[in-house]
Ligand binder design. Structure first.
Ligand SMILES: [Mg+2]
Length: 172
């Protein structure tokens, strides 16, 4: 594969529509005006510090702001169903655990069940290799946020290295 096609392929699969520092730095009004109505949210390192079971003020105010801006909010996480649901219930939103991102399958099923089209949906998450890839494959908008906590396990650190390489290549 030439560099050109490699870059095109990476862009097609991993280019987020926006990159922000966190869920509090997203311009929700702008997003709503662009036609988005459903926000799909990752948990770990997006709404929560990795591995935490309870939602804190950071997550609560973020969800409130999204709802105030007029969005339907839904959690789509690769965490176990039980944990995703207990985290989400503290926020007053519904959730799907074991979403198998980067597979687009459950993401698309969720849109269909909630009756939103792909062009009305945006996935928000901290990982290129799960959240953004799933969004790109599903044909929905995506926002990459910086991870909430710096402490991450070994295999996630390796993924972060790969993410940095991909973002650098896309950016060139
Ligand atoms: Mg995450």
């Amino acid at each position: 594969m030439t560099d050109h096609f490699m870059k095109q392929w990476l862009k097609r699969n991993f280019q987020p529509d926006y990159i922000t520092d966190g869920v509090h730095d997203i311009d929700y009004k702008d997003l709503f005006d662009s036609g988005i109505r459903l926000l799909l949210l990752d948990i770990d390192n997006t709404l929560a510090v990795h591995g935490s079971h309870e939602s804190d003020n950071y997550a609560k105010t973020a969800i409130e702001n999204m709802k105030l801006a007029g969005f339907s909010v839904y959690i789509l996480s690769n965490a176990r169903k039980h944990r995703a649901q207990s985290f989400a219930s503290g926020l007053g939103v519904e959730a799907e655990g074991m979403a198998y991102k980067p597979s687009p399958k459950i993401l698309l099923k969720t849109c269909e069940r909630l009756q939103y089209k792909q062009n009305e949906t945006c996935m928000i998450g901290d990982q290129l290799l799960t959240d953004i890839w799933a969004a790109r494959r599903a044909g929905v908008k995506s926002i990459l946020v910086k991870p909430r906590s710096a402490q991450e396990s070994g295999h996630i650190r390796i993924k972060r290295l790969i993410e940095r390489i991909i973002l650098k290549m896309i950016d060139k």
